[in-house]
Design a protein. Structure first.
Length: 89
């Protein structure tokens, strides 16, 4: 866990970290028209999201550069970069 905290602290010091959290391993999935509920653990899921960071950057290329040092790469992990959708009120 230390590497992830170090990485988060680095982004915080750079002034680009806007939020983020680790996620619990239990998953409640609701699917389909019948709203079928399935309880899973992250070990049972095909793909998991262990946590997320929200960063502020000028564009997706800048975020990709920020993600180059993410510790999960050493564990054969991956990073998904997505822009937050903002709705006008």
């Amino acid at each position: 866990m230390g590497k992830w905290f170090e990485w988060g602290n680095k982004m915080e010091k750079a002034g680009i970290l806007r939020g983020g959290n680790a996620l619990m391993p239990d998953i409640r999935r609701v699917t389909g028209k019948q709203r079928t509920v399935t309880d899973l653990t992250s070990a049972e899921a095909k793909e998991i999201v262990g946590g997320y960071y929200i960063v502020e950057a000028k564009d997706v290329d800048a975020v990709q550069e920020i993600a180059q040092n993410f510790p999960d790469y050493d564990l054969n992990g991956s990073v998904e970069i997505r822009e937050v959708m903002v709705f006008d009120h």
